[in-house]
Design a protein around this ligand. Structure first.
Ligand SMILES: Cc1ncc(COP(=O)(O)O)c(C=O)c1O
Length: 492
């Protein structure tokens, strides 16, 4: 690992992760959680939780009711917990969110992981406001911050020689897959079961629960994912067999993974996994795509690839790339692969088409440029990682002391708190699918109830089971959060 040069630095490593989690131990504890009956919040305590929303969230309730008439399902964001109804947020600052009713929450959603510097970070906001005042959010022509951001990404991320900015992580994954196919002339793409790579037609395949294939693919023609395959997490032997078989039928263009493991490390890989995967891809001359939408910059400036010292052929970015400002997506990689992308209207050569009227707009680019500079200056990843370690250690202590079956583990600033285990189920055995769907429903309900209880105790989480820490999380913030988590866990 690289050491940081400045004498004032308190961190030895440039990364957010002090030590990779003991994967075997975490998986064994998660397996034990899944093998026992759900331990939900007790019903008498749940009614107390729900009464918080009746008495303290009246303004939010009004907005949520209005939303139901004009917004399908009443919500547009799939990350926050929306049970019993969504909270309408008025203000965001550092580690805190305030809702319309004036309630204050400690924010562990952090815009789905995008705001590593903390919410609404002032030094970046001021830079964005200056560019907005000068040229507005978009002109459709080149802006110097496009180049500055691309240079910064290339400087920090070891495998990236060229970079193309796009509108979202979903779009960037689409571009990476198209590039891989164009570059190799092959068709098959293998993803890991349970991994989330956005919501494009091709990637809504085996999401959340490994082995579920097209289960979530309503509205998507079968043919869209006809050349997508699902590998089981951690199983490199099975992946090898797949790559061998694919050789006989057109070959594999790329394997795409989240380098911490599916669902942002919810099923953590071993420390060796990515290196072994790189070797396997080299053996079969298959491109390796790292989806660093979550891990990029959050792990450290060089991302998960810097941490594991593994170079993918293509890297997908999102979230932290623009520090939480809109239109955050990009793909980067080696020059010879990236040069397959068309620029502008393209020329006479056959090139890979990507687009987006608002992609790479000045607002997103200036936000990204200064966010990354601020991450550098403040050592945001290391601070957030230390906060994640403190939070995880505290949660584990509470869980053990209360004798609960739950599992807390973290990869630096990504903290997982599994109370129902729903995110860890798998559908390896297709004959048990109906039972699995039924069980998943009740486990999901329990996770939802925990999400509501966290809210009622002033804590915002991602889907009731994941907590992103940020630069704004001081020891005091984390200790206060732990008091609140303890109050919730005592309700079970
Ligand atoms: C690993 C990963 N890839 C891709 C995406 C899609 O990114 P976006 O929501 O910007 O389309 C996400 C979103 O959560 C993600 O976690």
């Amino acid at each position: 690992m690289t050491t940081v040069a400045s004498t004032t630095d308190q961190f030895v490593s440039e990364f957010s992760i002090s030590r990779w989690c003991d994967t075997a131990d975490v998986l064994a504890r998660l397996d034990a959680l899944l093998k026992q009956p759900i331990r939900p919040i007790r019903p008498e305590n749940m009614s107390q939780v729900l009464s918080y929303f009746d008495t303290h969230c009246r303004q939010s309730k009004l907005v949520a009711t209005a939303a139901e008439h004009v917004i399908p399902g009443g919500v547009q964001h799939n990350l926050a917990f929306n049970y019993p109804h969504p909270l309408a947020i008025r203000a965001a600052d550092g580690a805190y969110l305030s809702d319309l009713d004036g309630n204050r929450y400690i924010d562990f959603l952090q815009a789905g992981g995008a705001t590593l510097l903390g919410a609404n970070y002032r030094p970046v906001r001021e830079r964005v406001q200056a560019v907005l005042a000068e040229c507005g959010p978009v002109t459709g022509l080149l802006h110097e911050y496009e180049v500055k951001l691309a240079e910064l990404v290339c400087r920090h991320v070891p495998s990236v020689e060229m970079f193309r900015m796009l509108g979202s992580g979903t779009e960037a994954v689409m571009a990476a897959i198209r590039l891989a196919r164009a570059h190799t002339g092959r068709k098959w793409i293998v993803k890991m079961g349970g991994g989330y790579h956005g919501w494009s037609d091709q990637m809504v395949y085996g999401i959340r629960v490994p082995g579920t294939g097209r289960m979530d693919a309503a509205g998507i023609p079968r043919s869209a994912a006809a050349r997508i395959q699902e590998g089981f997490p951690h199983d490199l032997h099975a992946l090898r067999r797949r790559l061998q078989l694919n050789r006989l039928r057109g070959g594999t263009a790329a394997v795409i993974v989240e380098p911490f493991g599916p669902e942002s490390g919810t099923r953590p890989v071993t420390a060796e996994f990515n290196g072994e995967l790189r070797t396997l891809c080299d053996e079969f001359e298959v491109l390796l795509i790292f989806d660093e939408v979550v891990t990029g910059f959050r792990t450290g400036l060089s991302g998960a690839q810097g941490y594991f010292d593994v170079r993918p052929d293509l890297t997908v970015f999102g979230k932290c790339l623009t520090g939480g400002y809109p239109m955050s997506g990009g793909v980067g990689g080696q020059r010879d692969i990236m040069m397959n992308l068309a620029g502008g209207l393209g020329g006479s050569q056959k090139k890979v088409l990507v687009g987006g009227t608002l992609s790479a707009n000045p607002l997103s680019c200036v936000a990204g440029y200064y966010s990354i500079l601020e991450m550098e200056k403040t050592q945001a990843a290391q601070h957030a990682g230390r906060a994640g370690d403190r939070l995880c250690a505290g949660l584990t202590e509470i869980i053990d002391r209360l004798g609960l079956p739950y599992v807390a583990y973290n990869q630096g600033s990504i903290v997982h708190l599994q109370t129902s285990g729903v995110m860890l189920m798998d559908a390896r055995n297709p004959f048990k699918l109906i039972k699995l769907v039924r069980e998943a429903e009740s486990r999901k309900r329990s996770m939802e109830e925990f999400g509501a209880a966290y809210c009622a105790h002033g804590l915002i989480t991602l889907a009731g089971s994941r907590l992103y820490t940020s630069l704004a999380d001081t020891d005091e913030v984390i200790d206060e959060a732990l008091n609140r988590f303890e109050d919730v866990l005592k309700l079970a």
